[in-house]
Design a protein around this ligand. Structure first.
Ligand code: ATP
Ligand code: MG
Length: 138
């Protein structure tokens, strides 16, 4: 069993498709073991995406991620980090495989509906950045 960290991003909460995304997550044998709806502060969003702080898209990314509510989640399952990245599809929906969340729902390379951790070690860091152990219930 492994855990990954997920965000359903503002473009998806705005279009009321969080349930449709959760359906895909659950159909693919990932269990939502923690879930919270909140609005990211600019400070929290900058900390979360600090690895991208020197990228040209950083300021736009922070504006977008703080533009509306998000759903933050912990997903658990076999090989959860890699499995969720597979279900999400490529960052740019134009390159995403059919049946992936981003192919189905993403609007463009920025408003791409979901985040998923890119390694087990980053998953641990990201989960701790948002959740107390007591909020994760199997
Ligand atoms: P995430 O980290 O959100 O799961 P990812 O790992 O597929 O996405 P990253 O390269 O980590 O992609 O980029 C983080 C986020 O920054 C992307 O999901 C997207 O919202 C935004 N982003 C990435 N590249 C671009 C770009 N070229 N132009 C605009 N926004 C971008
Ligand atoms: Mg990433």
């Amino acid at each position: 069993m492994e855990r990954t960290f997920s965000i359903i991003k503002p473009d998806a909460t705005k279009r009321n498709i969080t349930g449709a995304i959760n359906k895909i997550i659950e159909e693919n044998n990932l269990k939502i073991v923690a879930q919270k709806r909140l609005k990211l502060s600019v400070e929290k969003a900058k900390g979360f995406y600090s690895v991208h702080q020197d990228k040209p898209f950083f300021n736009d990314l922070i504006d977008y991620m703080t533009s509306g509510p998000v759903i933050i989640q912990v997903l658990e399952g076999n090989n959860a980090v890699e499995e969720y990245r597979k279900i999400m599809g490529s960052t740019n929906p134009d390159n995403a495989d059919k049946g992936t969340i981003r192919k189905e729902f993403a609007l463009n390379i920025q408003e791409n509906s979901v985040h998923g951790s890119d390694s087990p070690s980053n998953a641990n860091i990201e989960i701790k950045y948002f959740f107390d152990d007591s909020e994760i219930v199997i």
